[in-house]
Ligand binder design. Structure first.
Ligand SMILES: [Zn+2]
Length: 102
């Protein structure tokens, strides 16, 4: 479990992830400082991002099997993973901007 420092009260605490439905399939993933109750948004997600994350999970499994044995195909898997991660990043960025107006 990751530990963080609260910007507001400086308390160190363990992150307990919560999700809040924003609209349609959009969810806000956030955590709260247990002392001063300040909310921190980690990221926004939706069905598309969850689907991409699932694809990455599968690719990682395939990559782990190839690692150290098949350099060429392992390299391909890593490229695919990176592409998907970039897609997720872009999608999260869009949601972040969108959520500002909801
Ligand atoms: Zn705090």
């Amino acid at each position: 479990m990751r530990r963080v420092h609260c910007d507001k009260c400086n308390k160190e605490f363990k992150i307990r992830i919560r999700t809040q439905k924003i609209k349609d399939d959009i969810e806000r993933v956030y955590f709260i400082c247990p002392k001063c109750k300040k909310e921190y948004t980690a990221y926004y997600t939706n069905d598309k991002i969850k689907d991409l994350q699932e694809q990455i999970r599968i690719l990682r499994g395939e990559y782990n099997k190839l690692r150290g044995k098949d350099f060429k195909n392992g390299y391909k898997k890593l490229q695919e993973i990176t592409k998907l991660q970039n897609k997720i990043e872009k999608e999260m960025d869009i949601l972040k901007r969108l959520a500002f107006y909801i």
